[in-house]
Design a protein around this ligand. Structure first.
Ligand code: SF4
Length: 64
């Protein structure tokens, strides 16, 4: 699984960090960042939930 934030779309609402703080953090710029490249299997469902819940569809998930 690969995850990236489409920064132009992110409004910094914090929803993704609330859903899966192991992967998403709001950075100093107020925009979400992905904090690990190595997404563990057990976190994939949470990452997908976070992507689905993002109000601006700013989380791009590629399932390998
Ligand atoms: S849920 Fe979407 S808009 Fe909100 S902080 Fe995360 S990436 Fe940004």
């Amino acid at each position: 699984m690969k995850v990236e934030i489409i920064k132009e779309n992110c409004i910094g609402c914090g929803q993704c960090e609330a859903t899966c703080s192991e992967v998403f953090k709001i950075g100093d710029d107020g925009i979400a960042t992905v904090v690990t490249e190595n997404i563990k299997k057990e976190l994939e469902e949470d990452v997908n939930d976070a992507a689905d819940a993002c109000p601006t569809s700013a989380i791009n998930v590629e399932n390998a």
